[in-house]
Design a binder for this molecule. Structure first.
Ligand code: SAM
Length: 196
């Protein structure tokens, strides 16, 4: 917490009313890749405390929709956003809360369990979450040509996973935003042009 309070991006998030500093990673990626469209539908996996949802909600506008899912509660909201407190792994394409919103234009996942600092453990946990995002996308959660942004921790198994990720999209970008803490092994994979 002490480290957080001295952090530039933490202060900036407080000042601008965002729930977390991670919004600045998303903003940087969005500025480069124009992730959202007016009226678009966004699925936000691992959305708590809610800064990515806040950002996405403002970008898709009043006609757009953002569905956020997390094990933990959120403290923010917007009229065009819905939140469900649940495990991502319990999401099913033909059930609430996603069945009436599919297909989404964009799936964003910042989901991660508590990190351990052990690369093999953190990498495996993050890959499991992204694998499920890809699985759901393939079942119809993401429209053909849609985009998926997901956080992954580098470690054993990452390169193999990256090969599979690349096969699902026309193009894949690997991004390490400036707001990522210097020592972190996290990167964001951005899949553009979903192929199935
Ligand atoms: C780094 S935080 C996300 C921050 C968020 N993007 C924001 O901007 O406020 C990661 C989140 O992933 C969630 N998470 C991890 N595993 C999950 C799971 N299996 N189902 C749902 N949420 C999960 C955690 O509860 C945590 O809130």
């Amino acid at each position: 917490m002490a480290r957080q309070k001295g952090d530039h991006f933490y202060k900036k998030a407080k000042e601008t009313g965002f729930a977390a500093r991670s919004v600045f990673k998303l903003e940087e990626i969005d500025q480069k890749h124009a992730l959202y469209r007016n009226g678009g539908k966004v699925l936000d996996l691992g959305c708590s405390p809610g800064s990515w949802m806040q950002y996405a909600a403002s970008k898709v506008g009043p006609e757009g929709r953002v569905l956020g899912v997390d094990l933990a509660e959120i403290t923010v909201g917007a009229p065009n956003s819905i939140f469900h407190q649940m495990d991502i792994f319990d999401l099913r394409i033909d059930e609430d809360p996603i069945k009436d919103l599919v297909p989404f234009d964009f799936v964003q996942s910042d989901a991660m369990t508590k990190t351990t600092g052990i690369p093999a453990v953190d990498c495996a946990a993050s890959i499991g979450l992204v694998e499920y995002a890809l699985y759901l996308s393939g079942k119809g959660a993401l429209r053909p040509g849609g985009r998926l942004l997901a956080k992954v921790f580098e470690g054993p198994g990452y390169q193999e996973f990256l090969k599979d990720f690349r096969k699902a999209f026309k193009k894949t970008e690997i991004v390490k935003p400036k707001a990522t803490r210097t020592r972190s092994r996290e990167v964001y994979l951005l899949g553009l042009g979903f192929l199935c």
